[in-house]
Design a protein around this ligand. Sequence first.
Ligand code: SF4
Ligand code: SF4
Length: 110
Amino acid sequence: MTSSDDLKRRREEEAKRIRSSLNRQRGVQHSSLKGGETAVAFVQESLCIGCDQCTIVCDDDAIEMYKMAMRSPLLNVESNQKAKIIRDACTGCRLCVLACPTDAITMIDR
Ligand code: SF4
Ligand code: SF4
C-alpha cells in the first residue's frame, strides 16, 4: 500500500514536472510574441474577467482597472472591472500576455 510520505513525494515530483513544463511552454510562447518598442499590449474587453493578474506582473504601471456595469441585471454583483492598457507607459515587455488566464491580451503594432 502507498504510504502518505510516498504519496507526498510523488505529488511534489509531479508538481515540479508540471511547473517546468509550463515554464518551457511560456518560454516558447514569449519568444514567438511580438514585443519591444514597436509593439503595445491591447485588451479585448469582452474576454477580460477583471482578475487583476496583468496588473500584478506589469512593472511599468501600464495597466489600470476600470469599473463597468454588468451586462445582465440578473447578476447582482456590486462591481465588474476590466483592464485597460495605458499605451504611453507600455514598454512592450509581453508579461501581461503570458499572465492573462483568458487570452484577453494581445500585442499589436504601436
Ligand atoms: S506589455 Fe509589459 S509594459 Fe505593456 S502592459 Fe503588458 S506587462 Fe505592462
Ligand atoms: S489578466 Fe486578463 S482577464 Fe485578468 S484583468 Fe488582465 S486582461 Fe483581464
